[in-house]
Design a protein around this ligand. Structure first.
Ligand code: C2E
Ligand code: MG
Ligand code: MG
Length: 716
């Protein structure tokens, strides 16, 4: 019988006539106590626990007495896992304000000296009313309780299981989502921000494959320990599944602070691991999104951090990347490309362009590289740098790759002389089962001599299916077709790779060639090193991407055997090429700017600037971390303060440091931050309303919405 039933019965008894003997209330209570039918407790006027009925004591084990005399707020505590169902006010507030307690779940922790003073938790549901004496003075609480320890412990364990990842003990995806939702909800009205970081481990799959799943599991546990050790109280680390982790960090929106945090994460994850006495090395890519700027709810901010991680991955391993709104359109483009590329071949939208490889000493062409082109009916020309990686994600690359080999062979037999043709082959295609057969078929149907065909592969070919690759190398070599190492120096560059296959040529990547004449550049030394390495191995070298005369002079001077670049020719359509080679004219004249100019720092973009109450449309000519050069602020004197509006809430406060014919120079108050993809972003984004509050006219701000939000340093 519950206490309430008991009281009710008593009420009924007293309303419907006297009981057989005239007992006082105190007698009854003493009897109830003795029968241990209910659980009662009371505090004194200072709210110290002074009474626990025997039944109540019974439920709390042998140390129940230890809580007598303690402040009630120290005895009855709010359970920590109440989560979303947590009552609006803490129970201490109730006690302090002497309010009534209704059906409240409380936790009672009792330290047991028998078990090393370990604390055991009991759970009660309590009801109580404050008691006031005749004079109106507070005399403590009088309360009842029911024991719900078993049920609550069970619920708590279940909740823990459903909220935590079994392998690592970290918050799981569901719990993390709840947590983010709750945080965003709580933060919105008080304008607090929070950052989401998403990590995906690099090379985890390889470790799993090579060392086995138990080792993979152990690695994940060690990673999670490092992450929690690094983040500590700053935020919550969770595992979304597989090798994906997510971290919620409240009250941070400064992108330079987040850069540091992300770099720290990359560093600690990249330290070597010891698993079963064996060493393992992995890395991680980190995507970052900040609420409310990049998303105001779980779906939006989750989508943003996903895209940011994708951006980091695409950028190369071991890097971080901030979300920027243009990632959304990039993702949409990707979906479009994936769909449309499927039948681009049948629809005749793909063709090959050819770029000559020229001997810089004789200016004579030796070979032509086939470069795939896609003319999309609506979007126009789409760069292979965009569509080839997407094709590589699926088997589509096998189909278009095979086509490229056939097409290149068929075209090459039409060329005068004995010019070679080089075709790019993707890693996935190269490791595929039937590349040698495809090559043989293309040669026999076109009638091209195998000696005139070269296949260009990159170092990425050697990561993964080792046996398939060695087999392919051997049979291609046997056919008499030659192999070229493309983009050398960019990937995992290992001398071992050069010796793995019978390469005839090494192509020095453009990144070493471009701007190699700038003073203080180490690239000339790298070029020299690659050339002498190639000579030692009996291979020829090609300098890729030569655009300016000074670069040509340098690479030729350092011994590059061939040069490929705009200095000789941009890629030509097959018809253009045939026309060019008519009359057996095989010489190409070098023609280009005398000096390399770093166009990458030249951006021409329309942005906004605010000075006083006015908004100006200005052209950003170039931008660095600490300043910008722009046009459109003529007439504003040097020394004036301006706000440059880069879009998306990114306002940079700066000062005009010079003004002249070539435009105005602005020095920023706070340096910009690298977004992880070669763009620059402001550390913080400012809500337009904060600026308005600081005196900037809202009308001036309103006009600035149309700008995109990332100051690219890409080529335009
Ligand atoms: P890649 O094999 O390294 O090709 C050289 C790239 O550099 C080409 O870009 C070429 O147009 C560009 N280039 C050459 N000289 C200059 C220069 O002086 N300045 C500049 N800025 N660029 C120069 P493209 O045609 O956009 O191709 C990009 C990449 O796409 C290729 O890099 C190759 O990896 C891939 N690709 C192209 N066609 C195929 C193909 O048929 N199959 C496969 N698997 N990949 C291909
Ligand atoms: Mg190539
Ligand atoms: Mg290349």
């Amino acid at each position: 019988m519950s206490y309430f039933e008991f009281i009710n019965r008593r009420k009924i008894a007293s309303e419907f006539g006297p009981t057989k003997s005239a007992q006082s209330t105190a007698d009854y209570l003493a009897e109830i106590d003795r029968c241990e039918v209910g659980m009662f407790w009371a505090t004194d006027g200072e709210n110290k626990l002074v009474y626990l009925s025997p039944g109540a004591r019974e439920t709390l084990g042998n140390q129940a007495e230890s809580i007598l005399g303690l402040d009630i707020g120290q005895v009855f505590k709010d359970p920590p896992f109440a989560g979303e169902d947590a009552p609006a006010r803490p129970i201490t507030f109730k006690f302090n304000s002497r309010s009534e307690i209704k059906e409240r779940l409380v936790e009672i922790e009792i330290a047991d000296e028998k078990i090393n003073y370990l604390k055991t938790s009991f759970f009660w549901k309590v009801c109580a009313k404050p008691f006031f004496d005749e004079k109106g003075d507070f005399g403590g609480y009088r309360g009842v309780a029911s024991d719900v320890t078993q049920q609550t412990r069970k619920n708590r364990d279940l909740a823990k299981q459903s909220r935590h990842d079994e392998l690592t003990g970290l918050a799981n995806r569901r719990f993390l989502e709840e947590l983010i939702a709750g945080t965003l909800r709580k933060f919105a009205p008080v304008k607090r921000s929070c950052a989401l970081l998403m990590l995906d481990l690099d090379y985890f799959k390889q470790i799993n494959d090579v060392m086995g799943h138990p080792a993979g599991d152990e690695l994940l546990r060690q990673v999670s320990d490092r992450l929690t050790g690094y983040i500590r109280e700053r935020g919550t680390v969770g595992r979304l599944g597989g090798d994906e982790f997510q971290i919620l960090v409240p009250d941070i929106d400064d992108r330079s602070e987040l850069t540091e945090l992300a770099e720290g994460l990359i560093q600690i994850v990249s330290q070597p691991y010891k698993i079963d006495g064996r060493r393992a090395v992995i890395g991680t890519s980190v995507g970052i999104a900040i609420a409310p700027y990049d998303g105001i709810n779980v779906a939006e901010s989750g989508g943003a951090v996903d895209l940011a991680l994708y951006g980091a991955k695409a950028n190369g391993k071991g890097t971080y990347c901030f979300f920027t709104p243009d990632m959304k359109s990039d993702a949409a483009d990707e979906v479009m490309i994936q769909g449309d590329l499927r039948d681009a071949l049948e629809k005749g939208q793909l063709y090959l362009a050819y770029q000559p490889l020229v001997d810089p000493r004789s200016n004579r062409i030796k070979c032509l590289e086939a470069l795939m082109r896609w003319k999309h009916p609506e979007k126009g020309a789409i760069s292979p740098e965009k569509f080839i990686p997407i094709a590589e994600q699926t088997d589509l690359i096998l189909k278009i790759g095979e086509w490229a080999i056939r097409q290149a062979c068929a075209n090459a037999v039409e060329w005068p002389g004995e010019l070679n043709v080089a075709v790019n082959v993707s890693a996935r295609q190269f490791a595929g089962a039937n590349l040698p057969e495809q090559v043989a078929a293309a040669l026999s149907s076109s009638g091209l001599s195998p000696r005139r065909l070269e296949l260009e592969i990159t170092e990425s070919v050697f990561v993964g299916n080792v046996k398939g690759v060695d087999r392919a190398c051997a049979s291609i070599d046997k056919m008499g077709v030659s192999l070229t190492m493309d983009d050398f120096g960019t990937g995992y560059s290992s001398l071992g790779y050069l010796k793995r296959a019978p390469f005839k040529k090494i192509k020095i990547d453009q990144s070493f060639v471009r701007g190699c004449t700038a003073s203080g550049d180490t690239n000339p030394a790298i070029i020299t090193a690659i050339v002498s390495l190639a000579k030692a191995l009996g291979m020829k070298t090609v300098a890729e991407g030569v655009e300016a005369m000074d670069e040509l002079e340098l690479v030729a001077g350092r011994g590059a055997d061939l040069v490929q670049g705009w200095i000789y020719s941009k890629p030509l359509t097959h018809d253009e090429l045939l026309k060019r080679l008519k009359n057996d004219d095989f010489t190409f004249v070098a023609d280009g700017p005398l000096r390399y100019r770093d166009e990458r720092t030249m951006v021409y973009r329309n942005v906004g600037a605010i000075q006083g109450d006015y908004h100006y449309d200005v052209v950003l000519k170039n931008i660095s971390r600490t300043g910008a050069r722009l046009n459109g602020l003529e007439g504003i004197p040097a020394g004036s303060e301006v706000i440059v509006d880069l879009g998306g809430g990114q306002f940079v406060v700066g000062k005009i440091v010079y003004t002249g014919k070539s435009g105005q120079g602005i020095a920023f108050e706070t340096p910009l931050v690298d977004d992880g993809r070669g763009g620059l972003v402001t550390p913080r984004r400012i809500s337009p309303y904060s600026l308005a509050a600081a005196g900037v006219k809202l009308e001036a701000l309103q006009q600035s919405k149309r700008h995109s939000s990332r100051a690219g340093t890409d080529r335009y």
